[in-house]
Design a protein around this ligand. Sequence first.
Ligand code: DGT
Ligand code: CA
Ligand code: CA
Length: 580
Amino acid sequence: MDNQSIAKIFEEIGNILEIQNQNPFRFKAYYRAAQTIENLSQELSEIYKADKNGLTKIPGIGRALADTIIEILETGKSRGHDALVKTLPEGFLNMLDIRGVGPKKVKLFYTELAVKNIVELKEAAEKRLLQTLPGMGEKSESEILAAINEYLSTSHDRRLLFDAMQQADEFVAHLGDGGSGGKNSATSKLIEAIEPCGSLRRRAETVGDIDILCASKNPEKIMERYVSYPEIAKILSQGSTKSSVVLKSGIQVDLRVIDKESFGAALQYFTGSKEHNVRTRDIAKRKGLKLSEYGVFDNDKMIAGKTEKEVYNAIGLPFIPPEMRENRGEIELAEKLGVKGEKNMPKLIELKDLRGDLHVHSDWSDASQDIETVAMAYKKAGFDYIAMTDHSAFIGITHGMDENRIKQQWKEIDKLNKKLAPFKILKGCEVDIHKDGTLALPDEILKKLDIVIVAVHSAFTLPEPEQTARIIKALKNPYVKILAHPSGRLINKRPAYKVDMDAIIKTAVENDVALEINSSPSRMDLQDIYVKRAKELGAKFAINSDSHHSSHMEYLKFGVFVARKGWLEAKNVINTMPIS
Ligand code: DGT
Ligand code: CA
Ligand code: CA
């Protein structure tokens, strides 16, 4: 867990204590601690690892706060924080993300107007109720309304695919018979088919709203169950086959119920993208057909609609996988191949093609589990190998390894490889690229490693020519195998560093360096559009979890989504290969 995330937990504890009218001493201590942590130049995990009593030596961090930090470092959360969050209605704390709204105001809105989330706050502002409250006026009300609208229309409101998928799964489980444990295809007598579609089904990195399509003979019953979902904050519209709601988390969910005979056509329509749909409708029209969400029609006769494949084939195209439907060349390819050429469409990579993970951390740097625990988890999940790629030592970054500790780690890995064979742990390192393009470890060490991953973790704001030159220089080192998270962006949090991505891709190709697709849900980096471009330029890829806990293995599917959106096949990805 990094300092930013820990600081956020402390700030939230402070917020909740303040909302609860607790002693100002208490909540202010948490605010101060959050500030201190945010400004530290060293990771808390590193401080703790170096010295078990080191945390209390940080100014403003006493024994109790230090214990909370240790609990978060070891378990990924704080029970005290969890318990506090549960005292508030769901979505309550999101109100604090609105500019000009702090703990005092949310407390006021809640006690005076029973406002529990952003949606209700917006309603109250639109009804001009906020201006009636003590300390508020017309001006502060309109400022808050403007801030809410800004918040709802900016990228904050586009959710990570990871979050949206979780919420969609829960919703689908609710619609199914009493919940099926979060499966995407919950079915019951009432529901003949159900599928989240839209940007979520296309596996876009962020999702604006969730679209769910359902086939049923009894739409009224479905709608009844739909609007009874306890997570709903507001029903926007409710019809017999079409409804929209906003969840307490703030995300909108649109539901359409359709006849089974039209399910494929509706799925095609509501999966989009809009740009892709415009093209497919056009193609139908040119053939004298009509394509709608109800089916493909020749005059009034329905000639396809039950499955998507039927729909594409009826307009003369091979089936196009949802991830490719962005009007980025898939229509041209599909037209060229035709229905008969369906087998020549890219055979997109699948999660089961991955045999190893080439970017994994342990407690030798900034993760919490030892190598054996991590390796055993991968082995148990059916993988053949991992590369242990703990961080190199680099001031101000992480609990990194110097040459001595790397050599010690090799001994540990050799020992474990005997024990776990045929499972294999490769010796690796995530090596920092210095500002000048040199690497944090000497060649004598690098050449003995199986996997050298290089990464930028500092000087994010260099001008484009310098940032590009820095990375290119690193890629030319003969021992480098993989460039980690090539753009450095964190979705909704930190923009990509400015680089000439084409030049970097070309250098990677020339020097036989694989580009990483980092599967962490907030990274998904390299991005799909660059993946497609890099594939065209002949690049190789590695889909890695960058896991800091064995449970992060689950992230790999998000890397696979990105790869599929970039049209990759298994053969383009090095960790689909057996170990040689
Ligand atoms: P989002 O929600 O912003 O992440 O993106 P989408 O793609 O899920 O967009 P959304 O929810 O507005 O609409 C869902 C799908 O419905 C969209 O992907 C394609 C289809 N659709 C929506 N509006 C139109 C339209 O005006 N024309 C056509 N052809 N299709 C549309
Ligand atoms: Ca959508
Ligand atoms: Ca929608």
